[in-house]
Write a protein that binds this ligand. Structure first.
Ligand code: HPA
Length: 273
């Protein structure tokens, strides 16, 4: 049990015993400044938690923030790990199950994506309605921990309909465009070739990225409700004359994080009802 999700969540709660978050937010590349909207914040660096998986990717500060967004207690994970960093199944399990053990019922995630559609330009927010998992691993391979969920479970409702509806309503009120799309997950870290992107498009994808899907799978296994908002940071390989760079993706993620912040801040109250 040493360094289990149960033990680590207790360590976290010891720092703020009266804190009872129902919502966790996992912030992807470049959208870290969304965290500025939190009030009355306690921050816990990932490295202070034994065995907590830590990202080395630029744009990910690596800390948990326990604070209030519009008076709603939320736990904000500033930074996430990626399979391309060599993270293993157990790392994704620990990351998400800590949130479950903290009492969260809903996880909102953001990420950076490449767009496979010319009508989804850089800066556009996309509400993920489904995914195609092209990662070579599934984070639940290995012995099943029945305490968290069953061996086999459905994924037809992975992206919660009610949450999506609520986020779209809020976006409409705020005049933020939020079309739905299908997320195609790749391992990375290389960006795709133009031929790969053409193939993914034929398979039904709208955006492509290197994160999120392992967390979604672990979250659904333990019954957490999930919503994901992607920020289009670039047109995918072959759709524009320019080569894709990590710096470019950070630039557009930061630009869009203003809208993302407004959207999540306004949506949060409704999501807890
Ligand atoms: N491909 C994969 N992952 C990404 C991209 C991309 O074009 N942009 C941001 N993350």
């Amino acid at each position: 049990m040493k360094n289990s999700p149960q033990v680590l969540s207790q360590l976290i709660l010891n720092k703020r015993p009266d804190f009872k978050p129902k919502i966790a937010i996992i912030l992807g590349s470049g959208s870290a400044n969304l965290a500025d909207k939190l009030q009355d914040v306690i921050s816990i660096p990932y490295h202070s938690l034994p065995n907590f998986p830590i990202s080395r990717v630029e744009g990910h500060p690596g800390q948990l923030l326990l604070g209030y967004l519009n008076k709603v207690p939320v736990i904000c994970c500033q930074g996430r790990v990626h399979a391309y960093e060599g993270m293993q199944e157990k790392d994704f399990q620990l990351f998400i199950r800590i949130l479950k053990c903290l009492g969260c019922e809903t996880v909102l995630m953001t990420n950076a994506t490449g767009s496979l559609r010319k009508d989804f330009q850089p800066g556009q927010l996309v509400l993920i309605a489904d995914h195609i998992n092209f990662h070579p691993m599934n984070p639940l391979v290995g012995i099943n921990d029945d305490e968290f969920g069953p061996r086999f479970f459905p994924m037809d409702d992975a992206y919660d309909k009610k949450l999506r509806h609520s986020l779209q309503q809020t976006a409409e009120q705020l005049n933020i465009s939020l079309p739905e799309g299908v997320y195609f997950s790749v391992l990375g870290p290389s960006f795709e070739t133009p031929a790969e992107i053409r193939a993914f498009r034929i398979l039904g994808a709208d955006v492509v990225g290197m994160s999120t899907v392992p967390e979604v799978i672990v979250a659904r296994h333990c019954g957490l409700k999930v919503a994901v908002i992607s920020v289009v940071t670039n047109l995918a390989s072959g759709l524009s004359e320019e080569s894709i760079t990590h710096e470019g993706t950070l630039h557009f993620a930061e630009k869009a994080s203003h809208d993302l912040g407004r959207l999540l801040e306004s949506a949060i109250e409704q999501l807890t009802n």
